[in-house]
Ligand binder design. Structure first.
Ligand SMILES: NC(=O)c1ccc[n+]([C@@H]2O[C@H](COP(=O)([O-])OP(=O)(O)OC[C@H]3O[C@@H](n4cnc5c(N)ncnc54)[C@H](OP(=O)(O)O)[C@@H]3O)[C@@H](O)[C@H]2O)c1
Length: 377
């Protein structure tokens, strides 16, 4: 049973610990849960800022529905960071529902999000609880940009790009969990919204994203489709939405694209255990260990949305820094609203749908983590 109102699940991980930093900053007590209490204790001592003034407990739990339900009970909100979510996420979603908790997580994986919506959206709604995947840099920043573009009347088509510095994977601060989640995307269908229906991208799709703050176009990929087409599927204002991701190191992005083509050609039809071994080998070779805390001089981001209507055209951009640290911040912004009982939605909904994009943007701006601009075109 959780002693405190917020559970951070995946408390030994890079992102879980950054969420704790922000919870501590806001003086919110929390229960830190992971499969090894010893590892959590060691990692927290090494990484979590202001631990000496925190109110918390550490609880160890197996990753199964019964064990997690038991430890989540008593809390109000579960912040889940155990990914790849396509492998581990639904177990925690089911456990949080059984324990009577809101569930928010840091996924960027579209196929997992669709499974959450189909299997649990209605049950969460009936329980008066929110289930909100993808409250994280990817893709809350792009969603804020899209929502800013939608403030222009008549906009019904969205194209978004999420552009980040890096990655040379571990060297540039991409974590083990993120690398595993990135390469899991090879296995899943990646969709965009076309005339209110989710449609699969053609295999091998890539674009060159153009942003005025870069000299060169940024080679970008659908990256699993992102969360935006799913969240806008039932938004009455939006007919079409496609989203892309580009790390602004075109050579590295070409390498990832090459790996995805190799996957199609050589690994796609292998049994799951063989595919697991291939993904593990790629993750081990690109990201052997946990990276250091991000630096603002290196970790920078640009997320933009272009919105068009019959005659309307608008471009909204959110400049950011330190995407993992910012993920901790947006999770905490969501927790604060949920603890106050202030959510516009229950059931399956995005951060912006539940709490409002202006609230989230304001929270990030106040902490020097984001700056937004909107231009009519
Ligand atoms: N969308 C975004 O912008 C964004 C931002 C940040 C993170 N993320 C996502 O969040 C997830 C976590 O990232 P991270 O950076 O925190 O990764 P990480 O440092 O590798 O941490 C992963 C956490 O999951 C736990 N875990 C892994 N396998 C498990 C299993 N089989 N059973 C139980 N627990 C398990 C780990 O526990 P152990 O320590 O015991 O291994 C650890 O606590 C990834 O999917 C990543 O893509 C997304």
């Amino acid at each position: 049973m959780a002693k405190y109102p917020v559970v951070v699940y995946g408390a030994s991980g890079y992102t879980g610990m950054l969420i704790m930093d922000w919870l501590i900053d806001q003086q919110i007590p929390f229960t830190a849960v992971a499969r090894s209490a010893k590892r959590v204790k060691e990692m927290m001592a090494e990484r979590v800022v202001r631990l000496e003034s925190a109110t918390y407990e550490i609880v160890e739990a197996e990753h199964d529905v019964a064990a997690l339900t038991k430890v989540f009970k008593g809390a109000k909100v579960v912040c889940n960071t155990v990914g790849p979510f396509v492998n581990f996420g639904l177990t925690a979603v089911e456990a949080a529902l059984k324990a009577g908790c809101h569930h928010i997580d840091t996924t960027g994986e579209q196929s997992y999000m669709r499974a959450v919506r189909e299997q649990f959206g209605e049950q969460y709604a009936q329980a008066g609880l929110l289930v909100s995947p993808s409250i994280a840099y990817m893709y809350t920043y792009a969603e804020i940009a899209a929502q800013l573009a939608l403030e222009t009347p008549g906009v019904d088509v969205l194209e978004t790009a999420t552009l980040c510095r890096g990655p040379r994977f571990a060297a540039a601060g991409v974590t083990v969990g993120s690398t595993a989640s990135i390469f899991e995307l090879f296995r899943s269908e990646e969709s965009y919204l076309w005339e209110k229906k989710l449609v699969a991208h053609a295999v091998g799709t890539s674009i060159n994203a153009i942003d005025p703050t870069f000299v060169q176009p940024v080679f970008s990929l659908p990256w699993g489709g992102t969360s935006l087409p799913v969240y806008f599927e039932h938004d009455a204002r939006v007919r079409c939405c496609s989203s892309y991701v580009g790390f602004y190191d075109n050579n590295v992005m070409q390498l990832v694209h090459g790996l995805s083509q190799k996957w199609e050609a050589e690994y796609k039809d292998l049994p799951k255990e063989h595919q697991d071994a291939v993904i593990k080998q790629i993750v081990d070779s690109t990201t052997p260990s946990m990276p250091p805390r991000e630096r603002t001089t290196v970790a920078r981001t640009v997320d933009f949305a272009i919105g068009r209507g019959q005659l309307a055209a608008v471009r909204a951009t959110v400049h950011g820094i330190t995407p993992y640290i910012s993920t901790g911040a947006v999770q905490t912004a969501a927790v604060m609203k949920l603890l106050d009982g202030e959510t516009n939605k229950v059931g399956f909904a995005s951060a912006c749908q539940a709490f409002g994009h202006r609230y989230l943007l304001g929270f990030l701006e106040q902490r020097g983590l984001a700056r937004a601009t909107v231009s009519q075109l």
